[in-house]
Design a protein around this ligand. Sequence first.
Ligand code: MTE
Ligand code: MO
Length: 469
Amino acid sequence: IDGLPTYKMVDVGKHTNKETRMWITYKEGVYDITDFIESHPGGNAILMGVGGAVDPFWNIYAAHKTPQVARILEQYRIGNLDPVEAKENSKSHDPYSNDPNRNPELVASSKKPFNAEPPPKRLVENYITPTEYFYVRNHLPVPLVDLKEYEIEIEGPGIKSKTLTLEELKQLPKHTITATVMCAGNRRSEMSEVKEVKGLFWGPAAIGNATWTGAKLCDILNSLGYDESNKEVLHVQFEGLDLTPESNPYGGSIPIEKAVDPRGDVILAYEMNGQPLTRDHGYPVRVIAPGIVGARCVKWLHRIVLSNEESPAFWQRRDYKGFSPNVVAETANWEKAASIEELPVISAICVPSKDQCVPVCKDNTILVTGYAWSGGGRPIVRVDVTADGGNLWVEADLVAQNDARPSRHWGWTLWEAKVPVDPSTKKVELWAKAVDSSYNVQPESFKHIWNIRGVLNNAYHRVTVTVTR
Ligand code: MTE
Ligand code: MO
């Protein structure tokens, strides 16, 4: 921009704190973002780039590459970057160029990183969600894994350290479970109708039900000498091979009690639906901690650490936590809030979907189908559906459920209901709510469970459709 001074990267590097002001560069621009930092939607992550070029960060967090962000940034422009250096900064290649091909039917809420869900109707076609229709939630580029070099490091107080190869993992007793994996942000778009929330705009299909095969984590930890008298170990931390621009791996943790419980069924999975894991779902090995939020089911597993603390990863400490409805970014106490582990009871109507036209049957009913699931291994015992705001609740048939025992019932339930509709109305609002084996039931509305991150979106599912006769 004409008239503004030209700087070199060494000048920019001198501006890294409030006293010196905080500068960044992007392409040919130099920006003083000191006054913007507080309102950065991504929180402190912005500090990673201070004093240098953000081009490599934005190649990874590509959501920044929009006209809206460019407009905000230009308000803070103070100069131009030396053109030779600007060219050098822009040379870093697209870190997503090695991502795999995907089913074009998946609807993406973000392409880089790739986040996508199937059309809801695909979820009720089979009890087991076909891998190509299983939602994908990646925070970073999919790592390229060389099997010859692949190992899982395991360490912690009171156990023998070990590096486990895939071959060794496959020689351990093979265990298969049917388990639903769900993102804590599933159905977020409905919560955001109450008030804006931060996060990807998920519909009701950031969930899937698959069979997972691998070795049990409890067998591995026991073989390395773990025993319950070890009071130093409270959590099991996992790290993936996917790295942030500052080389921190994606990570998460689960309580030790879950990890070492033979009935907790935590597995290091190398197969999904009877096939080797696909790259998007964690090839070659991922954690499946059934009944627990998807975020802890770490993909591209690289390291396991036993510790007295939860995972230090951003996604354990500064994300995937719930807050009271009036808490805002400035007042959120992340240390105090409990990490999301077991998920609460949820359901969704998959067919018909929002705004669809639905033919009414001769007996003045419409057919409604969906899924229901609860965390902690709690089976679904009932699903209620209404088409008239809850004056008449119809109990749905639970049409597909497996015979796993309560407390180990990791899979979801598919249901269907014939719901009477008023013959005189054209628009009908369908509601569904599920009840789990602890008689936990979904809350009625989003208003009172609203939270800044838009997680735990389990209010009654409401779908408005037009009926045709
Ligand atoms: N593991 C790694 N290494 N990196 C990730 O970005 N995303 C997590 C979890 N494991 C993630 C990860 C989140 S938030 C979810 S919901 C699930 O993976 C999604 O699993 P899926 O993509 O197989 O459906
Ligand atoms: Mo997630």
